[in-house]
Design a protein around this ligand. Structure first.
Ligand SMILES: C[S@@+](CC[C@H](N)C(=O)[O-])C[C@H]1O[C@@H](n2cnc3c(N)ncnc32)[C@H](O)[C@@H]1O
Length: 160
């Protein structure tokens, strides 16, 4: 979208709830830690990717995942690296073009920056994550409600 609109935008806000997390390596396994709470949220090895969230997992796999996550080492800031959650091409674009701004934003909080003309919601307000009432709250509260006249687009849900 940014490429298509390139010359016609005054400002482009790229937002997400969190912009980074922390990674710690132990042997051949990498553990990813939540940016606010020092808890392991993902474990990666050459053969296995394990999430802390096991909702809808097959019960046996969910239990294995819980055991693997529980065995994660304690978070140690000195041994951890910050990992950006923003795509490198977008980060590069933001460095080169001051109209492109990356910032943290919770869609359930009021949008306090300038009004926008178009909102693209990319796979966030999705019934796999939130119920209809919660999605309604996000639509009423945030940047979406600051849109004047132009429509709000929701990207097609990828996780079906
Ligand atoms: C499936 S990912 C989609 C990521 C990206 N928009 C894309 O299309 O590749 C869902 C995203 O929703 C973000 N998210 C979850 N809760 C949020 C909230 N309350 N406010 C803003 N973003 C949120 C997560 O951080 C995550 O990046």
């Amino acid at each position: 979208m940014l490429e298509r609109l390139h010359d016609r935008i005054g400002k482009y806000w790229a937002t997400d709830l969190f912009l980074h997390l922390y990674a710690m390596r132990k042997g051949s396994v990498t553990y990813l830690f939540h940016p606010l709470a020092p808890r392991c949220i993902m474990r990666l090895s050459d053969h296995l990717l394990t999430y802390e969230q096991t909702n809808n997992a097959l019960p046996r796999l969910g239990r294995i995942a819980a055991v693997l996550i529980a065995r994660a080492p304690a978070f140690n800031p000195q041994l951890s690296q910050t990992v950006s959650l923003i795509h490198p091409s977008l980060r590069k674009r933001a460095q080169e073009d001051e109209r492109v701004v990356i910032c943290g934003h919770d869609v359930f909080q009021d949008w306090r920056k300038e009004k926008v003309h178009l909102v693209k919601v990319a796979n966030v307000l999705n019934r796999q994550y939130f119920d209809d009432e919660t999605i309604g709250t996000a639509i009423a509260k945030s940047a979406i409600s600051s849109v004047e006249r132009l429509p709000c687009l929701s990207a097609p849900e990828r996780a079906q």
